[in-house]
Every structure is written in C-alpha cells, then in structure tokens.
Design a protein around this ligand. Structure first.
Ligand SMILES: Cc1ncc(COP(=O)(O)O)c(C=O)c1O
Length: 386
C-alpha cells in the first residue's frame, strides 16, 4: 500500500491564475522592475490602508533598509524579541548597531509590554535607550501595539514592526501595515507565509520622506529625482548616487505573482482561520496548550503553535515525523544562537522565551491543508498522547 505524502508545516498555494500572471509578465517588456511592481505596491498599500509600499527581494532586505532608512548606525541600539527568526535582529547588526532583546509574554509569545516597560525604565536611567524597536507579530497575531507605541513615544524610539507572519492580520479592527502604530511595517512573501512571491518582501509606511529613502536604498542609493540630486546634470542620462544603497529589487515576474496572490489573500486568511478554530476545537481536552488570542487581535495564522510537556516534546515531534507530519519548532531563542552568544548573551537571559521554546511545536498550517490533512495531524497527536 502506498504511503500518503508527508504534510509539511507550511506551503504555498499556487493556481492557474498565478501561473498565467507570471507567464504574462515573462512575455512583457519587463522582467526586472517594471509596471507589475508599481501595481503590486499600490494594491498592497490599498489593502492595508497605508500611503506607500516598497517591494523588495525578501523581508531580510526589507528589515535592513528599513533600519537604514530610520537612521540606524554604528553605536545605536535596536531591540527586538528573542522569539523570532534571526533576521529580525540581524538587521541591527548589519547597520553596526547593538542588538538587545525584550522577553516574551507567556500568553501570546509576543514581546511582553511589562518587560519592555521595565527594561526601558532601566535604560532611560543608564542612558542606553534603543533607537529602534522591532516588535514581531509572532504566528500572525499582532503585538499590543497601542501600549508599545505609547512607551516608545515617551522615549522617542522609532518602531519597525516585523509583520512577516501577519500579512492580512488585524489589530483593533484595522489591518496590520496601515501605520497606526509604527513608522514602518515589514512583510515576507516566502512560500511558507500567508501569500508568496517565491522570495519577496515589502515595507509599508505613511511617511513620504521614508518612502523616498526606501526607494533609493533598494536600488544602490541612486536617484534621478531633482528633489534629491545635488548637481546640475550633464544631460538626460544623468543619475546620482546620494545614499549607500543596495540591490534589493523584486522582479516584475515576482510582483505579477504577488498581485495575483493578493487577490486570493482574503480566501487564504479565511481558510487559515477555519483551520485554527478547528484545531482549537479538536485539541480541546488533550494535554496541550493551544494558542491564546488577545481580544484586540485577529491573527493571520501563519503558525498554529501548541505547547506540550517539555519532557515529551522530542518524542511527539519524532512521532509526528514517523506519521508523515513534518512539524516545526518556532523559534530557538535568538540569544542562544552561537553568533549572539559570542556577543555576550547566555542561556537564562530571557527565561520566558526559553521556557516557551522548550515546549513549542508548530503544527501544519496552510490554506490548502483541508480537513482531511488536518484530521491526519489530529489523529497522529491523539495516538501519541493516549
Ligand atoms: C519573523 C520573520 N522575520 C523575517 C523573516 C525573513 O523573511 P525572508 O525569508 O523573506 O527574508 C522571517 C522569515 O522566516 C520571519 O519569520
């Protein structure tokens, strides 16, 4: 008898419309930056209620130029959460800044507002306040942004929210990315995320100056816009490099895919929300902690994370794998990574993130998982714990 195919923890949903959109772009005059980029940016800005969007080659690049555009430089400080992918922190190191972490709230697994408040109080006394805070909307659920913004405003700290998990998520009834509580929002379009462009990322902002700066930074720091050039041009061919930018451009092929995927985003979100509610219901009564949702948030459900007894985590993970269920663990706390240990962090520095990590398992969650796939996951879990 043939084995059913393995179920990954996340995967893309690509249909014939997506394929047709990419083929149309491929047959057009532009395969690097062209009209699809502009259309994709405008559509995403409109979806989120933001003034501007800037498409880039991935969210890591977005975080890097976001930090640069906010003015982060050598000797500055960036704080984020330890419970995230390394890119949320590395963007600070790329700019020569010092990175530090704020421990998590054990209910939401997001940055704790209480821990942030007390760390800011100490830093204000010591003269070590951060320049930028990077709250991460872990698993697709927004951080408590009103309280975070209030604290940052008191100390003049800029906010770049890492919403890589949270495309389409909401906070207090508004789409994440609308800029109500952050200077910049970053999205990822990696295939395991809510919607995809292959690799891809985007920055959203309501600030005209930041927007212009981001446009330059994604393309070598070069401009032809007379508002930003300094010299009288020798001729119409002239451009000037006015910033030290990079080549972080998205291609038109990817933007065409993004534009097509965005049309289906409401459907992707709806199916993820149905799956999350069904996991909640079917796992009730089993010895797991299911994800608690803050009443101010509507998650995009990039991840569905359960907590299991720490001493059983490895056996459950391996048991799922043997049953063809490829669960994942999000995240190994960043401060325990060798690179960060070499910077002086050690185990025990952020106990809530470490405790959470020792018990977490991300179950398969993607819009095409379907009830059949989900029942396989639930059945395997039942067999493992009964
Ligand atoms: C929270 C978070 N930030 C940033 C990134 C980086 O995204 P990308 O792969 O698009 O560079 C990821 C990717 O997994 C992520 O999960």
């Amino acid at each position: 008898m043939s084995q059913p195919s393995p179920i990954p923890y996340g995967r893309q949903s690509i249909d014939d419309d997506d394929i047709a959109a990419v083929i149309a772009a491929l047959k057009s005059d532009w395969i690097t930056q062209g009209p699809a980029i502009d259309r994709f940016e405008k559509a995403m800005a409109a979806f989120c209620g933001a003034k501007h969007a800037v498409a880039v080659c991935n969210a890591t690049a977005a975080l890097h130029i976001g930090a640069l555009a906010l003015g982060l430089k050598s000797g500055d400080r960036l704080w984020t959460t330890p419970n995230t992918f390394v890119a949320s922190a590395n963007c600070g190191l790329y700019c020569g800044a010092t990175v530090d972490f704020v421990d998590i709230d054990p209910r939401t697994y997001n940055m704790s507002v209480d821990a942030l408040r007390s760390k800011l109080d100490t830093a204000a006394k010591d003269g070590t306040l951060p320049n930028i805070l990077v709250p991460v909307h872990f698993s697709g659920q927004s951080c408590e942004m009103a309280a975070i913004q209030n604290l940052c405003d008191q100390h003049g700290i800029k906010i770049m929210e890492d919403a890589s998990h949270a495309v389409g998520g909401e906070y207090r009834g508004r789409k994440i990315g609308g800029g109500a509580h952050a200077d910049l929002t970053v999205f990822s379009f990696h295939p395991v995320k809510i919607m995809t462009t292959g690799e891809g990322g985007m920055l959203l902002t309501n600030d005209d100056e930041l927007h212009q700066k981001l446009l330059r930074l994604r393309s070598h720091g070069i401009t032809r816009d007379p508002r930003f050039t300094r010299n009288v041009p020798d001729g119409p061919w002239c451009y000037e490099q006015v910033d030290l930018g990079l080549n972080y451009r998205l291609t038109d092929l990817q933007a065409a895919l993004g534009e097509s995927q965005l049309k289906k985003l409401p459907r992707f979100l709806a199916s993820r929300r149905v799956l999350a509610a069904r996991y909640d219901e079917k796992l009730d009564g089993m010895p797991f902690i299911t994800p608690w949702q803050h009443p101010d948030t509507l998650s995009a459900w990039h991840l569905y994370v359960i907590q299991v007894p720490a001493e059983k985590r490895l056996a459950i993970f391996e048991g799922l794998k043997a049953a063809g269920i490829l669960a994942q663990i999000h995240y190994i706390p960043i401060h325990t990574q060798p690179w960060y240990q070499a910077l002086g962090f050690k185990r025990g520095d952020f106990p809530e993130a470490e405790r959470y990590y020792s018990r977490a398992i991300s179950l398969p969650m993607f819009s095409s998982l379907g009830e059949g796939g989900q029942d396989r996951v639930i059945g395997a879990l039942q067999r493992l714990v009964l």
